[in-house]
Design a protein around this ligand. Structure first.
Ligand SMILES: [Zn+2]
Length: 120
């Protein structure tokens, strides 16, 4: 199993875990992050991208925010933020986990599963 899936927290139960995993397998973090910030492919490692205008989460002079296509992770060497595509959407847009998942589902034309509602 892909490491990037492990950062999903247990409390995110509103959508079935298996469904979220299968959605994540279709998603390319580079494609998604590029919708919000401009990324440039690194020459040395073509599966790695670097934020051209620097890290969106802290101020910096030399770009240190990288996105790895093979690992499906983002990481900033400057401020230490890292995570998968859902973490990025949540932190960058201040979205909830569900909003981020719904965004990805829409983007990749994946049908949302039946959502369980808890009876009170
Ligand atoms: Zn940073």
């Amino acid at each position: 199993m892909n490491n990037s899936l492990l950062t999903l927290k247990k409390e995110h139960k509103k959508y079935p875990k298996e469904w979220v995993y299968s959605l994540l397998l279709k998603v390319d973090i580079v494609r998604v992050v590029q919708k919000f910030i401009s990324l440039k492919r690194r020459k040395k490692n073509k599966s790695e991208y670097i934020a051209q205008k620097g890290c969106p989460f802290h101020k910096e002079k030399t770009p240190s925010f990288t996105v790895s296509q093979t690992k499906q992770f983002y990481h900033c060497f400057g401020c230490g933020v890292h995570g998968n595509v859902i973490n990025f959407l949540m932190e960058y847009n201040y979205w909830t986990f569900e909003e981020s998942v719904r965004y990805l589902a829409r983007l990749y034309k994946v049908k949302l599963p039946y959502r369980k509602t808890k009876k009170k």
